[in-house]
Write a protein that binds this ligand. Structure first.
Ligand code: GAR
Length: 196
């Protein structure tokens, strides 16, 4: 059973998809901790409702990223977390966590990277008149949504489609794809530790 921490800043629908996939036996993992930089976000409520431990912090209360990531790292070590799974965590991961979890930090992003990295990827794809967009799961490096791609799925943008419709399609893909890709990674890790 892979021990993971999920990082989230917002609604937490991807966190919920992971909680559900684990509950249904589709993903062999245990969420040891949900970490958030937004103490009032809905993702934390979802975690608490599922009985998962949470670590919420206000970045402004810390000297810098290394300071708060040091505190997070201590908590991760206590529960022997193996992978960090970013699910709508809208903050760059710093060198403290990158060094502790090399190739063990995974992110999901609502575009076909390298297109539309960063914030509001869905709105910017629409504004650019893109004919297609999609979802990317990738390893995290020091850049903004720049690490090696693990999986991508394309989604056509229907002409005249509104933001809400496109968002709904993207989220539906995310909620299916993320547990599926993580399942694969954790299975390989169990069979051949360190293979990736
Ligand atoms: C998701 O669409 C995720 O791909 C995106 O934030 C949303 C979070 O939704 N992440 C990024 O844009 C990362 N750069 P959720 O809180 O409902 O899971």
């Amino acid at each position: 059973m892979t021990r993971i921490a999920v990082f989230a800043s917002g609604n937490g629908s991807n966190l919920q998809a992971l909680i559900d996939a684990i509950g249904q036996g589709k993903l062999r993992a245990e969420i040891k901790l949900v970490v958030s930089d937004r103490p009032d976000c809905h993702a934390l409520q979802r975690a608490r409702s599922a009985g998962i431990a949470v670590l919420a912090f206000e970045p402004a209360d810390f000297r810098d990223k290394a300071h708060y990531e040091g505190v997070i790292a201590e908590e991760l070590a206590k529960s022997r977390v193996e992978y960090l799974v970013l699910a709508g965590y809208m903050r760059l991961i710093g060198s403290t966590l990158l060094q502790l979890y090399p190739r063990r930090i995974i992110n999901i992003h609502p575009s076909l990277l390298p297109h539309f990295p960063g914030k509001d990827a869905i709105g910017r794809a629409l504004a650019a008149g893109a004919a297609e967009t999609g979802v990317t799961v990738h390893y995290v490096d020091e850049g903004i949504d720049t690490g090696p791609v693990i999986a991508q799925e394309r989604i056509a943008v229907v002409p005249g489609e509104g933001r809400a419709d496109l968002e709904q399609k993207i989220h539906a893909v995310e909620h299916r794809l993320y547990p599926q890709v993580l399942r694969q990674i954790f299975q390989e890790e169990e069979k051949w530790p360190g293979v990736r």
